[in-house]
Design a protein. Structure first.
Length: 265
């Protein structure tokens, strides 16, 4: 049984069947959703590792850098071609039926597919027809996106100081001399307007003028008061952009080797 600690170490290691034949290399594991125990292993084989098959891993063992299966190599080669990031229950049932039949047939001799399996790589001639054609394979990029935490944002209040200029009307007292006729009403002091200080109007009334008069003026008095002006709330929005990704891929090329005949032609 492959332990959870062996899963990372087994990735990329060589896989062997119960008959001692090499099957391929470990590509990934499928773990049980409830227990987390690896139950299936994805094995890649063939030229450039383009062929993938799924084999049972619940009774496999990992030691000395090799993964040992309890099913023959041919059974892995003939397994149903399933895959993806997760195996559906019906996929697992189909695999169980296949390997159950393979175990029952293990004592009857190697399966026909095993004759075509050499060192974990199937003979490319199996892909060709009677006319000598073959299948050319190449790697392709598979790109997907995942959501990752990019940065943390917090709301902070801070004080901004700025100069504010306000125009305020102010008043001031001034001295003005008025000439009145002798027969003017003594009750009429002849003072127009208003005074900034109570009693200033009476200063000009009487038999004589005072020695001095205090003039008053208004001046601005500034105070600062903190008042609420608006409510601010925080929310996130999804912005869609585009990014270019690149990768290195390999592809097969088909060439014809020409051998010279013994006569030089």
């Amino acid at each position: 049984m492959v332990s959870e600690q062996d899963v990372s170490a087994a990735i990329g290691s060589t896989v062997y069947g119960s008959d001692g034949r090499s099957v391929g290399t470990v590509d990934s594991f499928y773990s049980d959703d409830l227990t987390g125990v690896p139950t299936w292993v994805s094995v890649s084989s063939g030229l450039l590792g383009t062929r993938r098959a799924i084999a049972p891993a619940d009774d496999a063992t990992f030691a000395d850098g090799r993964l040992q299966l309890t099913v023959p190599a041919g059974a892995v080669s003939d397994a149903p071609r399933l895959g993806g990031e997760h195996l559906a229950p019906e996929d697992e049932e189909e695999l169980r039926r296949h390997y159950a039949q393979a175990r029952r047939s293990a004592g009857e001799g190697p399966a026909e597919s095993e004759d075509r399996h050499v060192d974990g790589r199937a003979d490319d001639r199996a892909d060709g027809g009677a006319d000598g054609a073959m299948v050319r394979s190449e790697e392709q990029l598979r790109v997907r996106t995942e959501s990752v935490a990019q940065r943390r944002v917090r709301v902070v209040r801070y004080v901004v100081t700025e100069e504010v200029q306000v125009t305020v009307p102010v008043r001031r007292e001034e001295i003005r001399i008025e000439e009145l006729p002798l027969d003017a009403d003594p009750e009429d002091d002849g003072v127009d307007g208003e005074s900034l200080v109570d009693g200033a109007r009476t200063a000009a009334v009487g038999s004589g003028l005072p020695d001095e008069i205090v003039l008053h003026a208004e001046r601005p008095v500034v105070t600062v008061e903190v008042v609420p002006v608006e409510r601010v709330r925080l929310r996130t929005e999804l912005v869609t952009g585009q990014e270019s990704v690149s990768g290195t891929v390999q592809r097969e090329q088909v060439a014809v080797d020409h051998d010279r005949s013994p006569d030089g032609r």
